[in-house]
Write a protein that binds this ligand. Structure first.
Ligand SMILES: Cc1cc2nc3c(=O)[nH]c(=O)nc-3n(C[C@H](O)[C@H](O)[C@H](O)COP(=O)(O)OP(=O)(O)OC[C@H]3O[C@@H](n4cnc5c(N)ncnc54)[C@H](O)[C@@H]3O)c2cc1C
Length: 229
């Protein structure tokens, strides 16, 4: 399952663990019981768990994503440090990130926005609408990109190491990561990144992940959002 995002990005499910029944069965072990087929009682149980903040059963569902996103998006994403579970007393221990290395692979893709947004007046970190002179913004951007890319290529041609030459590249360079996270951590990501104050670009990824989660865990994801809204 792969979804295209922005001009050259994507998000793909590499692997997943568990089904909707996993959540109910993880809670049901308390009574020494396990079911083989999902039914309305499981729906009720999952709703009860979500409503009453019994979140550990939701952490038995895990998804491994392959993400291609601009570096400035991934810098926001890296702040979501809980990859495996939330009970560890060390956030760093829970990291489940692996990333393509610009020390091995020359950087080749860069994000080009379709719309140059205006600085928001009431939220200092946000944007809104579009600036009037889209053409001029595009020209300034293209000119800068040409200089960056030429300088990068020239440094590489001179024999400078990729690990150093990349220092000249801007944050719109695309990177690729594998991110493995629990259902709970993914819902937290959607909660924080699919909302009005999140940057438009990362929001596109959050919207896609929400669609993916509704496809792979339809009952659990549906109930989660029903309870939260
Ligand atoms: C609109 C917006 C603007 C932002 N602006 C900035 C900014 O300017 N600068 C900046 O640095 N960051 C910024 N952030 C990032 C933000 O501060 C969080 O780091 C990020 O959203 C990750 O959220 P989280 O900690 O809930 O996620 P996760 O790391 O996935 O954590 C998930 C949940 O696990 C629990 N948890 C996590 N770690 C631990 C722990 N060690 N012990 C116990 N429980 C834990 C918490 O309940 C947490 O909510 C911004 C985020 C948003 C959405």
């Amino acid at each position: 399952m792969i979804k295209k995002i922005l001009d050259k990005g994507f998000i793909e499910v590499v692997d997943k663990m568990g089904t909707d029944l996993t959540v109910a069965n993880s809670a049901r072990v308390s009574f020494g019981k396990r079911k083989e087929k999902f039914d309305d009682n499981d729906r009720k149980l999952i709703k009860f768990l979500a409503k009453n903040k019994h979140w550990s059963p939701f952490r038995h569902l895990m998804v491994q994503f392959h993400i291609k996103a601009p570096e400035f998006v991934m810098r926001q994403w890296y702040k979501h440090v809980v990859g495996i579970e939330t009970t560890s007393n060390s956030a760093v221990k829970d990291h489940a990130w692996n990333e393509i290395s610009g020390r091995y692979v020359p950087v080749s893709d860069f994000y080009v926005p379709e719309n140059w947004r205006k600085q928001s007046l009431d939220n200092k970190q946000a944007s809104e609408g579009s600036i009037a002179d889209q053409k001029k913004a595009g020209e300034i951007f293209n000119h800068a990109m040409e200089n960056f890319l030429n300088a990068y290529k020239e440094l590489l041609d001179l024999g400078v190491a990729k690990e150093q030459a990349r220092m000249i590249l801007p944050l719109n360079q695309y990177t690729e990561v594998y991110w493995t996270a629990s259902f709970q951590a993914i819902m937290n990501f959607i909660d924080l990144r699919d909302e009005d104050t999140a940057q438009w670009e990362i929001r596109q990824y959050a919207v896609a992940i929400k669609e993916i989660m509704l496809e792979i865990y339809p009952e659990t994801t549906g109930i989660w959002f029903e309870v939260k809204t």
